[in-house]
Design a protein around this ligand. Structure first.
Ligand code: TYM
Length: 337
């Protein structure tokens, strides 16, 4: 987030939870865009470990997942000298601002969040207060960095709206304090669907591993999973209403190859799903191959990863603390000497 340009560069921020092995959905819906956008914007990306404990995590596994997701952020090609890459819990301002913003957020607003409703059903034995106020922490993540743009998949849109509402409310009660962020949702890949039930989002928490491609799956596994993807009995590769399975594969293929739907339909005219799925699988394997290779290299150098995290947290804190101080002054806290 260094700012040497004469005009102020726009800022982007986004985060990913270390709550399992990220999927092709996370990659195409978010991570791939992060890398592209990081070339044109000041950027900060975090491993959202505080968010992940809203569902129970097994400590040793959790620690490993946090390290893996950090390595993944580098493996997708982010340059930690340019982008700020950090672990959320290493920057205390996130928790501090989240508490303050909790007091500017209404119970009713949070109760309407669809993700809260879904997750409380999925984890009925642990509907904790953190799960309820999750979007407030997310608002804090974004607002601390005065982010203009937040690249996410469609499932995060409602959370972004709340972050905007909270920012506007605070700015109105006091005076302009926060940049009001806009979501950045890619045209393609914003909602990659399950391979087994293409009416549902592809998710790392799906109990059926055949429903998702993990970014660390081997080529053999990727081929098997895509070959067993649910399609339909029309046997025609073209995008259309009610053709969720084929649409999903076309969208995945389009993201990996850059080809549009008309071109894909033309290329596969008269060919069956078998041939199409083989092409999709190959495109996914080739898309993920360099990510996987770089990931293995970074995981082999934990000292380097910790170093990146430490520097990232330092740079992140210097921006976040500035915003937090401003907020505390406006609210009327007595600041420490
Ligand atoms: P998370 O960890 O569930 O997912 C990380 C990113 O991946 C996107 N995504 C998908 N995109 C397309 N198709 C899918 N099937 C798919 N599954 C996931 C998500 O939209 C997301 O962009 N609450 C966030 C993490 C977060 C955050 C933030 C994001 C915490 N603080 C601040 C932005 C800004 C989450 O749970 O993402």
């Amino acid at each position: 987030m260094e700012n040497n340009a004469p005009e102020k560069r726009k800022r982007i921020l986004s985060c990913i939870q270390p709550s399992g092995i990220p999927t092709l959905g996370n990659y195409l819906g978010a991570l791939k865009n992060w890398k592209t956008l990081s070339e044109d914007f000041d950027s900060a990306f975090a491993v959202a470990d505080l968010h992940a404990i809203t569902v129970r995590q097994e400590p040793a596994k959790f620690r490993k997942q946090i390290t893996e997701v950090l390595a993944l952020l580098l493996a997708i090609g982010l340059d930690p000298e340019k982008s700020i890459v950090f672990i959320q819990s290493h920057v205390p301002a996130h928790s501090q601002l989240a508490w303050i913003l909790n007091c500017y957020t209404q119970f009713g607003e949070m109760s309407r969040m669809t993700q809260f409703k879904d997750k409380s059903k999925a984890h009925a034995d642990n509907v904790n207060v953190g799960l309820f106020s999750y979007p407030v922490l997310m608002a804090a993540d974004i607002l601390l960095y005065q982010a203009d743009l937040v690249p996410v998949g469609i499932d995060q849109k409602q959370h972004l709206e709340i972050a905007r509402d909270i920012a506007n409310r605070f700015n109105t009660i006091y005076s302009p304090t926060f940049t009001v962020p806009e979501p950045y949702i890619g045209k393609q890949g914003a909602k990659v669907m399950s391979l087994q039930d293409p009416t549902k989002k592809m998710s790392k928490s799906d109990p059926n591993p055949k429903s998702y491609v993990s970014v660390f799956d081997t080529p053999d596994v990727i081929v098997k999973k895509i070959k067993s993807a649910v399609t339909d009995c029309e046997g025609k590769v073209c995008y259309g209403e009610g053709r969720d399975g084929v649409n999903n594969l076309m969208s995945i293929y389009s993201c990996c190859t850059g080809l549009d739907y008309d071109r894909i339909a033309a290329d596969f005219e008269g060919k069956g799903y078998g041939e199409f799925k083989a092409a999709v699988a190959e495109a996914v394997v080739e898309e993920l191959r360099p990510v996987r290779e770089r990931f293995d290299r970074y995981m082999g150098d934990k000292a380097y990863l910790l170093d990146v995290a430490a520097k990232g947290a330092q740079r992140a804190s210097s921006i976040a603390d500035r915003t937090l101080n401003k907020v505390m002054k406006k609210v009327g806290f007595v600041l420490p000497k």
